[in-house]
Design a protein around this ligand. Structure first.
Ligand SMILES: Cc1cc2nc3c(=O)[nH]c(=O)nc-3n(C[C@H](O)[C@H](O)[C@H](O)COP(=O)(O)O)c2cc1C
Ligand SMILES: O=C(O)C(=O)c1ccccc1
Length: 387
């Protein structure tokens, strides 16, 4: 049964008992509802962006400047949303973006998200800054499919250790995030003096790592906890990295690699020259460079530069099925969904994440079908006009 039929059934069955769906389907309402259950600090952390938040707004405005021109009488009775992305087959072109520190949203954090991803068949991308160790998340994800996102630490041995652990735990592709070697100027967090890591959230992969433990002289205990956190701060990111360093990744990872945070066509070309398999066009949801180009506006140039040589993925601002249609029409192979599933997690744990994933997929399937599109590879720029 398709995700759509599945979802409509569940709404219908709930309706029979005069019980309305417990969570909103509208992403804006979902965010508003999440604000009610989260602390001001946790909500500010997820909803907030860098500086004046102009780029976060621009991400959404860019979607609104494209309009779909639906086509009729195209026999869309049989729809197949499945795609192959970097060696992973997925039921629809939507992945779960890496989001760190998920236990600030729900005690089960990444474990709940891993279960929801497995239940829906979608691929999750686990952050290095997760609140649970990657082996525990892999166990929760079971037969599901998972990629690993590297925050590339200064200590090369630690980076190599992370990659070895990820491979052993069944993460099949590597996402390397380049745009966040340090957190940007984020007023909402600054004004609350809020940083989850300083409370020991988001460091599970570090504290559980043998290389990290060796560096601080043994396992993390109450006695050396502050020293461990300081070591984390000193090692989290490496601002000295250059394109030449990418050779290290190829040496330590034999699967597909995608660079996340690409916004310029020349950087995409350099990624291909360095032997990378994919790029993720992203401005980190406007959380890094305030005033940066809207992610959707950066997409066509990157696709033109490397679309025939690398897999181009997209995130930043994806909220609805029509957003996915637009990003795919502009050349993305798949998109990463981010904040909306964190809101689902905050509201109802695994069930909340499943709800969000099912909503986006059902909306996507309906929007495609009603636009005359049966399969993702039929989406081309011709279906869009500038509004
Ligand atoms: C709370 C939060 C934590 C995030 N943590 C990470 C992370 O650990 N690694 C990473 O590559 N991106 C991280 N991101 C960025 C997302 O992967 C994604 O690029 C961004 O959220 C897309 O913007 P959108 O949520 O507005 O669609 C984080 C985003 C949020 C909101
Ligand atoms: O907050 C973020 O955007 C982010 O990417 C991050 C970085 C380090 C730890 C947790 C999240």
């Amino acid at each position: 049964m398709s995700a759509l039929a599945d979802f409509q059934n569940s709404i219908y069955l709930q309706g029979l008992g005069d019980v309305l769906p417990t969570l909103p389907t509208d992403p804006t309402k979902l965010e508003a509802r999440a604000e009610k259950v989260l602390s001001a600090q946790a909500f500010g952390y997820v909803a907030g962006s860098a500086g004046s938040e102009a780029t976060a707004r621009a991400n959404r405005a860019a979607f609104d400047r494209w309009r779909i021109v639906p086509r009729m009488l195209r026999d869309v009775a049989h729809r197949d949303l499945s795609v192959d992305v970097l060696g992973t087959s997925m039921p629809s072109p939507v992945l779960l973006a890496p989001i760190g520190v998920q236990s600030i949203f729900h005690p089960d954090g990444e474990l709940a998200v891993a279960r929801a991803a497995a239940a829906t068949g979608l691929t999750m991308v686990l952050s290095t800054a997760a609140s649970y160790a990657m082996e525990d998340v892999a166990a929760a994800n079971g037969e599901g499919s998972r990629w690993y996102q590297l925050y590339w630490p200064k200590d090369r041995d630690l980076a190599a250790s992370f990659l070895g652990r990820a491979k052993a735990a069944g993460y099949t592709a590597l996402v390397v995030t380049l745009d966040t070697f340090t957190l940007a100027w984020r007023p909402r967090d600054l004004d609350r003096a809020y940083l989850p890591f300083l409370r020991g959230i988001g460091v599970a992969n570090y504290f559980s790592d043998p290389v990290f433990q060796r560096a601080i002289g043994g396992p993390v205990t109450e006695a050396n906890r502050d020293a461990a956190l300081l070591h984390w701060v000193a090692n989290f990111g490496n601002p000295s990295l250059t394109w030449d360093d990418l050779a290290f990744l190829r040496e330590h990872w034999d699967g597909p690699i995608a660079l996340k945070g690409i916004q310029h066509p020349d950087d995409a070309r350099r990624a291909v020259d360095a032997g990378m398999d994919g790029v993720i066009v992203s401005n980190h949801g406007g959380r890094q460079v305030d005033g940066a180009i809207a992610s959707l506006d950066a997409l066509p140039g990157v696709v033109e530069a490397v679309g025939d040589q690398a897999t181009v993925l997209f995130d930043s601002g994806v909220r609805t099925g029509s957003d996915v249609v637009k990003a795919l029409a502009l050349g993305a192979r798949a998109v990463l969904l981010a904040r909306p599933y964190a809101y689902g997690l905050a509201l109802a744990g695994e069930a909340g994440v499943q709800h969000v994933l099912r909503c986006v997929q059902a909306d996507l399937e309906l929007t495609m079908a009603l636009s005359g599109i049966s399969r993702p590879d039929e989406l081309t720029p011709e279906i869009l006009v500038r509004s």
